[in-house]
Design a protein around this ligand. Sequence first.
Ligand SMILES: [Zn+2]
Length: 140
Amino acid sequence: MSDFKVQLTDSQWRDKLSADEYRVLRQAGTERAFTGEYTDTKTVGVYRCRACDAELFRSTEKFESHCGWPSFFSPLAGDRVIERRDDSLGYVRTEVLCANCGSHLGHVFEGEGYDTPTDLRYCINSISLKLEPADGPSVY
Ligand SMILES: [Zn+2]
């Protein structure tokens, strides 16, 4: 785990992040369902990593999963995130990490029957993200 572009020591991360951000991003915590600021957000824009500012997700891939966390059916690009096996709860999940800094974002689930192009649900903590709203209708 030493090949990320952004490399900070543990104390540097603690200085940079709030206690809640640190707990999720650096200790793989999970914010409580339906408490995150982006759970139901429909604002058009790009979601960046709150730890390193890398662009990770777009509002165009966000969908209403009703699961209590912001959900995307795809990352902005496949190489923006890293997926790895997580059996910390006693069953297998797939953890999603920022490919730029290695911070924890959430988990990805598949085959749940959502009506999306991928049938994947990237279930991401709001606190791991920072929304950058698009500037009006002239984005493209
Ligand atoms: Zn990051």
